[in-house]
Ligand binder design. Structure first.
Ligand code: B16
Ligand code: MG
Length: 217
């Protein structure tokens, strides 16, 4: 029986990918590194430190650990400043409606994001009140595809993984949900999230009634 829902943030509740792209692009331009939208796609759902490693590997660059931390901090400062432009109009279509409906129906709801800036994003959206538990990049050490962030969220909700549905837009996010024994909903194309139990092209299609039809016994 489904009692709780765990939502990824970027790509499910809101589209911060564009702001991440602009911040990585600015850093890369300064460093003389190649960075484009195709490479940005590879950063979907993975942590900041994993992201900079992907960009450096792509550019065949190797730096000291301290230098890598300094550069990822620089990118983060650019990204965090850009979050000030985000407003309660920036939910992905359908996301706010689903969250509202789930709360009305009495389901428990958690966030399970890789982002260390999730609290600020939720604040900008005025979405904090939708969540009983906030699991983010500060909650666990191992990032997706490890299931740790979703296990953290379900433990805090006091639910078993098989009583929870995870919503994810990233391939590695669905990997994490499956590894933890959760039900999964993939948001996006089959090439990316086709291994989820249920898939929708976007959150607009993921209405409460659609979701309910897949998971009610
Ligand atoms: P931060 P999610 C992820 O968010 C993003 O998709 C990913 O591109 C980003 O690198 C990661 O958060 C870490 O974000 O730098 O803010 O800690 O999809 O897990 O909500
Ligand atoms: Mg995501």
């Amino acid at each position: 029986m489904i009692k709780g829902f765990i939502f990824d943030l970027d790509g499910v509740i809101t589209d911060t990918a564009e702001l991440h792209y602009e911040a990585w692009k600015k850093l890369s331009d300064e460093m003389g590194w190649h960075f484009d939208r195709e490479l940005n796609e590879k950063l979907r759902g993975i942590s900041r430190m994993d992201s900079i490693k992907v960009i450096m590997d792509h550019n065949r660059v190797s730096l000291t650990d301290d230098a890598v931390v300094a550069l990822s901090t620089k990118k983060n400062d650019i990204y965090v400043a850009s979050l000030d432009t985000m407003t309660p109009n920036d939910y992905l279509p359908g996301a706010k409606e689903l969250l509202t409906h789930l709360r009305q129906e009495g389901f428990l709801v958690a966030l399970g994001s890789a982002s260390k800036n999730a609290a600020k994003v939720l604040q900008q959206l005025n979405a904090t009140h939708f969540f009983d538990v906030i699991g983010d990049g500060n909650s666990v050490a191992k990032s997706k595809p490890a299931p740790d962030i979703f296990l953290y969220a379900s433990e805090k909700l006091k639910l078993q993984p098989n009583n929870c549905v995870v919503f994810e837009d990233a391939e590695k996010g669905i990997d994490a949900a499956i590894a933890g024994g959760f039900h999964s909903v993939g948001i996006g194309p089959a090439e990316r999230v086709g291994h989820a139990e249920v898939r929708f092209d976007s959150m607009k299609e993921a209405t409460f009634f659609e979701v309910k039809s897949f998971f009610s016994e």
